[in-house]
Write a protein that binds this ligand. Structure first.
Ligand code: SF4
Ligand code: SF4
Length: 310
């Protein structure tokens, strides 16, 4: 038995209803999006590979628009392992059905790295109604080849992240590398971060749905979110220039640059310094340091995390 699209939407959205009030983007955004995506909400399949589900948790924290508004009014969320009630063959059949029925018209969001070792056996997603088992690798190829565009979210899906870091016994690769290796040319947008800011994910989705693929940098990231260097825009830059530095995390000297504690702001491009996190409450450097999570070669190129770089 396979579920109809509409049933899936109900199942997916029912579990996320009630999240959030809006502030970050203009409150009229959801209405504009609703209008832009009429008459039919674009189908979206979100699939998770090797990761920690932190990107899913982060997008659930979206405040404006609320994730409930996005799921109920803007997109048709066909599948999302954390949110969907459906599982096993019902979910696997539905993913295959979407890839076929909406070929070139649905969007594939990829969370987590793709393990290539042992033919992908390190991450299986389920069995279809005919009894065939699917690895995440196999399904990524089907979804990637048939989607209108792919959005890779998080360090694992964009650069391999922690599953793909030094050692990497499961042969984890990011989505764009795997699709390239298979000769699949569907555009891939990379939303880096561990996890990515909810605005980066929602904002990119909004752009893709209303205007198409946004302008990307050399790492495949939307320039509108990742185009500015953190250090160059950091509120603590005047202290860096005067060599006023905080030496330890426990030191009560908050009006100081965090470079000596290993801040990777000088190597990182992201708008955390102005957007901030937790609905604009604070951000990493205010509380500790930037560890460089928005760069595609994180974490290996940024380790050890607490060693100074400037
Ligand atoms: S090193 Fe870090 S804390 Fe210091 S100015 Fe640069 S980004 Fe800000
Ligand atoms: S400040 Fe640095 S570590 Fe924190 S979210 Fe932004 S890029 Fe990642």
């Amino acid at each position: 038995m396979s579920l109809k699209r509409r049933d899936f939407v109900k199942l997916c959205s029912g579990t996320v209803a009630g999240f959030g009030i809006s502030q970050m983007f203009h409150p009229g955004l959801v209405k504009a999006l609703e209008a832009a995506t009429e008459p039919g909400r674009p189908p979206v399949v979100w699939m998770q590979g090797n990761g920690c589900t932190g990107c899913s948790v982060s997008i659930l924290n979206s405040v404006n628009p609320s994730i409930a508004d996005v799921v109920l009014k803007v997109i048709s969320l066909e599948c999302q392992e954390t949110l969907s009630v459906a599982e096993g063959s019902v979910a696997v059949d539905h993913m295959l059905e979407v890839a076929e029925k909406f070929k070139g018209k649905f969007y594939y969001i990829s969370e987590g790295a793709l393990p290539t070792a042992e033919n992908g056996a390190f991450c299986t997603i389920g069995v279809d109604s005919k009894g065939k088992e699917y690895t995440v690798l196999e399904m990524a190829k089907i979804l990637g080849a048939n989607a209108a565009a792919c959005v890779a979210v998080g360090a694992c899906a964009t650069g391999g992240g922690i599953p793909g870091s030094k050692g990497n016994v499961t042969g984890c690769v990011p989505l764009h590398k795997y699709l390239e290796s298979q000769g699949i040319k569907t555009p891939v947008i990379n939303i880096t971060g561990c996890p990515p800011h909810p605005d980066w994910m929602i904002g990119t989705l909004v752009h893709v749905l209303t205007k198409g693929v946004p302008e990307l940098d050399a790492q495949g990231r939307p320039k509108m979110f990742f185009g500015k260097n953190i250090h160059d825009n950091c509120p603590y830059l005047p202290y860096f220039e005067k060599n006023v530095r905080q030496k330890t995390f426990t030191e009560k000297k908050t009006e100081a640059c965090r470079a000596d504690m290993g801040c990777k702001g000088p190597l990182t491009g992201a708008d955390c310094f102005s957007r901030k996190w937790n609905n604009g409450t604070n951000w990493c450097v205010e509380n500790a340091i930037c560890i460089g999570c928005a760069e595609i070669d994180w974490p290996d190129a940024f380790s050890p995390l607490y060693s100074p770089v400037v």
